[in-house]
Write a protein that binds this ligand. Sequence first.
Ligand SMILES: *Cc1c(COP(=O)(O)O)cnc(C)c1O
Length: 414
Amino acid sequence: MSDKKGFTTTILHSDRLLKPEHGALHQPIHTAVTWGFDDVQGLVNVFQNKAKGYAYSRQGNPTVTALEHKVTQMENGMATIGFSTGMAAITASILALLKQGDHIIASSYLFGNSRSIMQTLSDVGLQFSFVDATSVDEVKAAYQPNTRMVFVETIANPATQVADLARIGDFCADKGLIYMVDNTMTSPYLFKPVSVKASLVINSLTKYIGGHANALGGSVTDTGLFDWTKFDNIAPILREQIKPAMQGMAQIRKRGLRDGGGTLAPEAAHNISVGSETLALRLDRACGNAAALAKFLETHPLVSKVYYPGLESHPQHDLAKQLFSRFGGLMSFALKDGVDTFAFLNHLQLVVKSSNLGDTRTLAIPVAHTIFFELGAERRAEMGIPDSMVRLSVGIEDTDDLIGDFAQALELVK
Ligand SMILES: *Cc1c(COP(=O)(O)O)cnc(C)c1O
């Protein structure tokens, strides 16, 4: 057998190959906050980055390490750091690496809270330009001498714009910029950002990777492609103590995780780890359901528009086809003028009115009134979000049941 196994095989056997005690097939949940050393030199070595080991659970825990290893394998990356949430991973990574006056080019089609934290970070001295990341030309036009990072998502939520991922990757490599790609919507099963030269990959583990809406978590993965020796912001002590490839991760683990404190709980890491074993199976099923539902909605007389990269009518359909193995489980749609969106949603019987995504269950939410409410009408219009937009996170129900639920709810608001 070859060393390189398939996606699911690798996840299933990842814990076991780390040899947990008694031949356990799952890495145990280590609830210890702190670890003791027989010889004080051992403790000193861990503190001085001279030996691997655990000292205090805020910056490292064996249960979390096992999950980090899994995510690294899923992403074909070099190393991963787990966080309490996806937002903690994003915030800590940016804060750990950038300084006042540094400039970030970010997609204008971002997860609402990502957009909002960037607003907060700009209030304390980072500079942001928000651009239409479906075209690399917009990214190039925003480039400044102090640009340090480009931040994009793969498929944007809720309007499903697909970023010009490969060409932006070439541009970042050319300019020596950190290319941070939030892979939450596609997950490493549908897309590996390392394939488009990403430097750092964000995943909200809460979503598809955990998959069951029973644990919060986030991660950042270093793909190994970025040359940290050319990055001015690495702390001098880490330059001395840490080998060049790991300097970025060391700085994120120390400044972002240890000092920031957004630590992934070991119980959550365990739930996410178990959930991740079926990532491929769940996503295959969700993508199939999403494709069927998108077709059904696109031809329904009460529906004015469907946003799904798998549809030929989607503006970046060809790009999505080149980049992703399938088109994901997220879609949005708008009802025709005069149809009561809330009444329609209230008639749904299986589909849950909920704000999460990446769950096994299908979830629906009216976008303008909830997740994008705080942005205001003007910003929503800029982002292409009509008031009647409904976002769906398509789950793994039986396809006929799902389409049947939409059909009956639409019938009742005709
Ligand atoms: C949900 C989400 C996040 C944040 O993840 P949390 O785990 O909820 O903090 C970040 N990016 C995207 C694209 C998301 O969908």
